[in-house]
Design a protein around this ligand. Sequence first.
Ligand code: SME
Length: 158
Amino acid sequence: MDAKIAEAKREIAKMDQAATSADSFMRRLVKLLHNRMLKYNWVGFYMLEAGAQPPTLVLGPFEGEVTSHTHIPLNQGICGAAVSGGKTLIVDDVSQDPRYLACSLETQSEIVVPVFAHGKVVGELDIDSHSRAAFGNEDRELLEYCASLVGRQLEKNN
Ligand code: SME
């Protein structure tokens, strides 16, 4: 495994053990991923708004440039598609994906990983990179691990 990814994973496991709430864990997690992983230029959570009709993702803790996309309906964006399909989406070149909602002109690739709690999608972890095709299998594994920890933290709290 890539040494940086292995080290990040160890730190994240420790952070999870020490977490006192899902919210504080999510805040620390986006900071760690943004600071440690050089190609992760924007790191943030979008969470499904309880009871909203139509169902909408709302921006949660994030690190990186401020985005105008604070609310994303499920039929829009790569974010909406990942939550609707309940599966991780990796887009190597966002300029070639008609679903893409631009946050920054510098973004070239994106990964979106759904977060599940009690067996249901409750939100997602979204990461943008200024590098093309920045996200490989090891990134996917790391980020799916992060999403599973967040899901467990949310289950504990709710
Ligand atoms: N690019 C996302 C929108 C969120 S920003 O990346 C922060 C999308 O296409 O859904």
